[in-house]
Design a protein around this ligand. Sequence first.
Ligand code: IMP
Length: 201
Amino acid sequence: MRKLTERKIVLASHNEGKLSEIAELLDPFGISVVSAGALGIEEPEETENTYVGNARIKAHFAAKSSNLPALSDDSGFSVHALDGAPGVYSANWAETANGRDFPMAMTKVWNKIQHSPIPRKAKFCCTLCIAWPDGHDEIFEGSVAGEIVWPPRGTLGFGYDPMFTADGMAQTFAEIEPREKHLISHRASAFNKFTKYCLGS
Ligand code: IMP
């Protein structure tokens, strides 16, 4: 597995929620980060139907465009009663003519599963890809299992956080502070593998 020796990387995401979580997770490692958006790098189209495929598209595009190593995150919310949907299409379920609307996307999920048996199981999944300008990449995956709560609760976090409680927790991901989410989240779990293998922590 290739180590990350460079001290500066690009975060290949335009999602503010992900950017702030990944920047916080990277903070203790003394690596300076710049977002793809800040470098004027466009968002490539996510044309694959897997997290790994889309994570690779984003990381390689940003690495080639910036000539720096690039870290991407492809993630999603997977509902057991919906055979894993919205999954890789989690962001698409929120699309409207005026941008993303997550209260609407959460309602869509709830309307489809409200008559399904309790507990209404769900999980968040995250795939991280670190890609170098020479075309090499490494992949790390993480997930967190839990269940759906309705109505949504909390104002922290982003996306589907207000309708999800991780197993063993009473509060939703939108009711806990970021540092608490980082102890258990799908993103933190993938990130811990990335730091272990690529940063040698
Ligand atoms: P993509 O990886 O850019 O396709 O978008 C992933 C989508 O999954 C996000 O826009 C969110 O809707 C959802 N998602 C991923 N991670 C989280 C999370 O930690 N909390 C809430 N929603 C998430």
